[in-house]
Ligand binder design. Structure first.
Ligand SMILES: Nc1ncnc2c1ncn2[C@@H]1O[C@H](COP(=O)(O)OP(=O)(O)OP(=O)(O)O)[C@@H](O)[C@H]1O
Length: 613
């Protein structure tokens, strides 16, 4: 390959490859060798319908433990795509060729547990401070038997190493609430990936948005992690000369094709050459030259040798393992590769950690509490003052007033459900990242989120229900009155979760939920009596949770004091077909609805993936 400094780079590269092979052989004992072999990635094109876009074409690479490799190339050349394919984070498209970790195709569980991925865009929890964010991750991703003090020491070390010490008690913040700066957020994201001691660390643009001094500092910290136990790959845009010098190898892509892979040396100039060529549309020529170059041949040969060596090692290891007693460093890497769980800690522990950090913060956050409590307090104030003392009037002329009050009491929770949509939609990228990082599984997430909401409401709804029930002077059981409200609220929350998880965006979710709730109102029994409901709509009332909520409240109020409404002697409960119905049975049906929506919300969060990546 010609170069302005007149050095025969091919020769340099081949020597360096040999050295790297030797190093790989030695270091593979503890770390994980990553190999990309003839990697091609196609995806349905968003530009031309029905056409497949090839974003990567026959890319090869060998990434050894103890080495840091830069993925370089012009914007849109496929760097992030390559990183995503290697890290198993692609959710769409078709990959051909091979990705091998330690000589075998990696399992999703291994990737989640033992690799770290620093996203290009920050996905942090706005309400936590930087230190809390790291402690939260450490408690979820480091072994449970490690004492908290040791986890905190590791967190504090990272805070110092990444220059975050002074910002440790500053909240992460959001667009609405001022928090840490963009550069600090980037470094926090890097710290999150590092706190887990990953075997392979992927970094997507770790220095974007940072000034050159901080960028150098961050890359120095990343470089300091390079040991025989960690393999590092980072996409990087316009690195400073210093940052570039920290990398051992560079892979340069142009238009999804490889144009260089080898030691970095003094090759920073290459990036400008390729970027310029890419702009002129000449990058293909470089890729063609690379395709037939001795450099590529040498690279392919060492990749093949590494794959063969890893496979042999694995075979040998398999037979040795049955003989060996002790655990060696080599079997540690294999143990990681064969992991059977994608999370380090069990679900119950993750649940506890989520409550400890996130729920505790939420309950002190006015932004969180406001939309959840404000509507309930305000609307119950209206019900109380509007129907004050009317509940013990069982005359036929008061029937419509109290039945309406109970109807509103049972429907308000469902309307209030809209308040629960934003958090799930806005948290999607955080949830996806934490799930992909193996912090928890979807079930733990849903259970923790619902408990977060429902625990808060126990006390609040009890207070509200006491005021409304006794001020309006309603009849029947107070506990049924409260429980119906509480479980209907729970239904609203899980319904909101289901819609938020299934809808493609916030607009769609905000349109779907109220529409569904309004259909429930029509068939609850109050707006049209069961007898007058057309036969082709009758089925809907059976699957209408409002029917059970309002029905239970009506029986609670009128049973024993049921006024005769019509000349024929038909009572109110008979009119609404609520006579001979067990009110607690109706509460039971409400619970069943809650369970059904909960399962659907869990399945939606587990299986529906809106981020087409
Ligand atoms: N479905 C698709 N159809 C067509 N082109 C696509 C599709 N998905 C991605 N691309 C294109 O593939 C290219 C590679 O994207 P990628 O994000 O990997 O590039 P990159 O090198 O990381 O860019 P940057 O440095 O700007 O982050 C981009 O030009 C992108 O527009």
């Amino acid at each position: 390959m010609p170069s302005p400094d007149g050095v025969d780079h091919t020769e340099v590269i081949v020597h360096a490859r040999d050295a790297a092979d030797a190093k790989a052989h030695a270091s593979s004992r503890a770390g994980v060798v990553v190999v990309a072999k003839d990697l091609t990635y196609d995806v349905a094109s968003f530009k031309d319908k029905g056409v497949k876009a090839r974003l990567l074409s026959d890319v090869n690479g060998l990434f050894n433990p103890g080495e840091m490799t830069a993925l370089l190339g012009p914007s849109g050349s496929g760097k992030t795509t390559f990183l995503d394919v290697l890290a198993g984070r692609k959710t769409v498209g078709e990959t051909t060729g091979e990705v091998l970790f330690g000589g075998k195709a990696p399992s999703v569980k291994f990737l989640r547990r033992h690799t770290g991925y620093v996203e290009q865009f920050d996905t942090l929890i706005a309400a936590l401070t930087v230190r809390e964010m790291l402690c939260y991750t450490a408690e979820l991703k480091r072994p449970m038997n490690e004492p908290l003090a040791s986890k905190e020491t590791a967190v504090d070390k990272l805070l110092r190493d990444l220059g975050l010490w002074d910002a440790r008690d500053v909240v992460v913040g959001s667009q609405m609430v001022k928090g840490i700066s963009g550069g600090q957020a980037k470094r926090t994201n890097i710290a999150i990936a590092l706190i887990t001691d990953p075997s392979v660390l992927f970094l997507d643009e770790p220095t974007s948005g940072l000034d050159s001094f901080t960028a150098n500092e961050v890359m120095s910290v990343v470089k300091s992690l390079v040991t025989d136990e960690v393999t590092i790959l980072a996409t990087i845009h316009s690195p400073t000369a210093y940052a570039f010098s920290l990398f051992d190898n560079a892979m340069i892509l142009c238009g999804g094709r490889q144009v260089y892979f080898g030691p970095t040396g003094k090759g920073l100039w290459l990036i400008d050459v390729f970027t310029e060529a890419d702009r002129r549309g000449d990058a293909v020529a470089f890729a063609d030259v690379y395709e037939t170059s001795s450099l590529k041949k040498a690279c392919d040969a060492s990749t093949r040798a590494a794959v063969a060596a890893e496979k042999t090692r694995r075979r040998r290891r398999g037979s040795e393992e049955s003989l060996a007693d002790g655990v060696t460093t080599q079997s540690l890497a294999d143990t990681k590769l064969n992991t059977t769980s994608s999370t380090v800690t069990p679900g119950w522990w993750a649940f506890y950690v989520m409550l400890k950090y996130r729920t505790r913060k939420n309950y002190r956050d006015p932004e969180y509490l406001g939309p959840r409590l404000g509507d309930k307090i305000f609307l119950s104030f209206i019900i109380t003052t509007l129907y004050l003392g009317r509940g013990n009037d069982f005359g036929a002329d008061n029937v419509i007033n109290i039945s309406s009050a109970l109807f509103m009491w049972s429907t308000l929770p469902a309307f209030g459900a809209a308040a629960y949509i934003p958090q799930i939609v806005l948290e999607r990228s955080l949830y996806m990242r934490e799930r992909a990082d193996g912090l928890y599984n979807p079930l733990t997430y849903v259970v923790a989120k619902i408990c977060d909401e429902m625990l808060l409401l126990v006390f609040v709804t009890l207070c509200i229900a006491v005021v409304v029930f006794f001020a309006v002077d309603l009849a029947g059981s107070f506990w049924l009155f409260w429980l119906t409200y509480y479980i209907t609220l729970g239904n609203g929350i899980v319904l909101a979760y289901l819609v938020a998880a299934a809808a493609p965006n916030m607009e769609a979710a905000n349109a779907i939920l109220p529409t569904y709730v309004v259909t429930l109102l029509f068939f609850a029994g109050f707006l049209i009596t069961p007898e007058d409901t057309p036969s082709y709509w009758k089925w809907y009332s059976y699957v209408d949770l409002m029917k059970y909520a309002w029905g239970a409240l009506m029986i609670n109020q009128w049973d024993g004091n049921d006024p005769v409404l019509f000349a024929g002697g038909e009572t109110l409960l008979e009119t609404y077909e609520l006579d001979d119905v067990n009110k607690w049975g109706y509460v039971g049906y409400l619970l069943l609805f809650f369970c059904a929506f909960f399962v659907l919300a869990f399945l939606a969060l587990k299986h529906i993936n809106h981020s087409k990546r």
